[in-house]
Unconditional design. Structure first.
Length: 237
């Protein structure tokens, strides 16, 4: 039988490579196909995805059951299965780590956003209360002015009574002003707290992005090391 060359694996030639693996009776061709599909699998995550879509592992498992235990074909079949399992484990671990980090950040964000929302509500409530007190002070000033005008135009007894009312109103006005000053101080504090809460949300997002960058960097370094190992281990057919 004339030895038939197996093409390099790509999305167009993968069917022919899998056909060669399905026929272990053509030992040399099957071995060549297995070597090339292993090299293809270890070349990156996209290739793993292609092989999974083509059910390549099922094909290799069928081939495994057709050959003797001490056959070199069986050894390469088991090597391919191990590569696919490693890829599956790495993807699962990376997905779990990313989901864990995302869960941590999402949970923290929910807390921080809730706190920030509470701070904003408290702040708006204080500002509304401040506006109401400002309006009351304006009303008291008008009353004082009205009574003062009446006192200036009335008799001695009426003026004395009006001056007493004016003094009472001035005292109320002074008390209200103190309340306003205290309220403005509280508003300033609440604004600072709201700003801090919003900053905490931004900081949590920055930490997540930093962790994601570290993870991607370490993953890239790992892939570079694996690539160097593959270059040392596999020779061209």
């Amino acid at each position: 039988m004339v030895f038939e060359e197996v093409p390099e694996v790509d999305q167009l030639g993968i069917a022919e490579v899998l056909d060669a693996i399905m026929d272990p009776s053509q030992t040399a061709r099957c071995l060549q196909a297995l070597k090339r599909i292993i090299r293809f699998a270890t070349d990156g995550a996209n290739n793993i995805q292609i092989l999974q879509e083509e059910d390549a592992l099922d094909t290799v498992n069928i081939c495994t059951n057709k050959v003797a235990r001490d056959s070199p074909i069986k050894l390469l079949c088991e090597a391919f299965a191990a590569v696919m399992q490693c890829a599956r484990n790495i993807k699962q671990q990376s997905d779990e780590e990313i989901n864990r980090l995302k869960g941590v950040v999402d949970g923290r964000n929910q807390v921080e956003l809730g706190e920030a929302g509470d701070k904003d509500l408290q702040l708006n409530k204080l500002k509304k209360e401040g506006m109401e007190k400002d309006l009351r002070i304006e009303e008291l000033n008008k009353e004082i002015q009205t009574l003062t005008d009446r006192g200036n135009s009335g008799g001695d007894e009426e003026s004395f009574q009006l001056r007493g009312q004016v003094e009472d109103l001035k005292k109320k006005l002074n008390d209200k002003q103190k309340e306003i000053d205290s309220l403005k101080h509280d508003i300033d504090l609440k604004e600072d707290e709201a700003d801090l809460a919003r900053n905490d949300v931004e900081e949590a997002n920055m930490k997540f992005n930093s962790l994601k960058e570290d993870y991607d960097r370490q993953k890239n370094e790992k892939e570079e090391i694996e690539e160097k190992m593959r270059e040392l281990k596999y020779e061209p057919s």
